[in-house]
Design a protein around this ligand. Structure first.
Ligand code: SF4
Length: 312
């Protein structure tokens, strides 16, 4: 069986483009069946549960099926910065990364290159490599694909970006995001449970489970409050969260004349107030700072990921 057959009439994500990527026809994600990556290396800007002391072994894929205009990684998701990589080169680079001692393999924006990732995981597992595999995604997944992912992945790190369909429509052109993301997160939790062990110092890195990320958008605290209330209602206060304040305007914001400023202290404070009020027990937060330290620059190969996380 052709392991890359899913690239034909592609339905890997909810866009369901049905394009033949093998013939080079691009779908909404903007990528053909030739795998492209923008960065492979240890990353210390993720939450301590993933970075530990030796870093998270990130593999950033070019393109994205969400195409949010404000994407903080817009250089690779929207501008498609990156290089082509063959399956054997990907395997070679993943092995090198593992030899550096990283705590996990962290596949960032993986869904549209899932067939390549599945083959990579198969090869590594056959070699007896047991390192945790991490699916670092937008939340915009086909819920019915999660079981297939879970056969290879140990950790799911989904966003829950929008609880408001209207906001999802404006930002990424699909008002179905809230229901799809929620269903996908349910499937992830069913498959792997909550993230564990939970240690915000990073001394004990996570081995399995789900942590949900939410980036608070300036001027849209109502959306964030709805996200928190929804997660609380669906999963209770034990669901591990990362509530992020690091939003910075990117060129797409200027073009759309939306989200053209950073988050204000009061806005983030209001969101964290509800985190406390609802009693979420496992939460990473960030310091709200003015400098643009959180915006990655994928043209800087030495240190593209400044930033930090605090946990409770
Ligand atoms: S992965 Fe890309 S081509 Fe495939 S359905 Fe999604 S957006 Fe379309």
């Amino acid at each position: 069986m052709d392991p890359f057959a899913d690239y034909r009439h592609c339905a890997l994500c909810p866009r369901d483009c049905k394009r033949d990527r093998v013939k080079g026809v691009l779908g909404f994600c903007g990528e053909s069946s030739i795998c492209r990556v923008s960065f492979i290396g240890p990353h210390f800007g993720e939450e301590p549960s993933f970075t530990g002391v030796r870093g998270s072994g990130t593999i950033f894929f070019s393109g994205c099926s969400s195409q949010c205009f404000f994407c903080q990684n817009y250089q690779i998701s929207i501008e498609h910065e990156g290089r082509t990589i063959t399956p054997s080169e990907l395997l070679f680079e993943a092995r090198s990364l593992i030899r550096k001692g990283v705590h996990n393999l962290n596949f960032v924006t993986p869904d549209h290159f899932w067939p390549h990732i599945q083959e990579l995981c198969r090869a590594l597992r056959e070699e007896g490599i047991k390192i945790p595999m991490l699916f670092n995604c937008s939340g915009y997944q086909r819920p019915e694909k999660i079981r297939e992912y879970a056969a290879w992945m140990d950790i799911f790190l989904p966003d829950f970006k929008f609880a408001e369909p209207e906001l999802a429509q404006v930002c990424m052109g699909d008002e179905r995001y809230p229901e799809l993301a929620l269903e996908a997160i349910h499937e992830m939790v069913r498959a792997k449970g909550f993230l564990r062990p939970w240690d915000v110092t990073g001394n004990q890195v996570a081995k399995q489970g789900v942590l949900v990320r939410h980036l608070v958008l300036p001027g849209h605290t109502e959306n964030s409050l709805k996200v928190l209330r929804t997660l609380y209602k669906e999963f209770g206060p034990e669901i591990p969260l990362s509530v992020m304040s690091q939003f910075r305007p990117v060129p797409g914001c200027e073009k759309k004349q939306k989200l053209t400023r950073t988050l204000q202290t009061e806005e983030y404070g209001q969101v964290l107030g509800l985190v406390r009020e609802l009693g979420f027990e496992k939460v990473y937060t960030q310091e709200l700072r003015e400098e643009a330290a959180f915006l990655p620059d994928f043209r800087d190969p030495v240190n593209p990921f400044p930033g930090n996380r605090r946990g409770s």
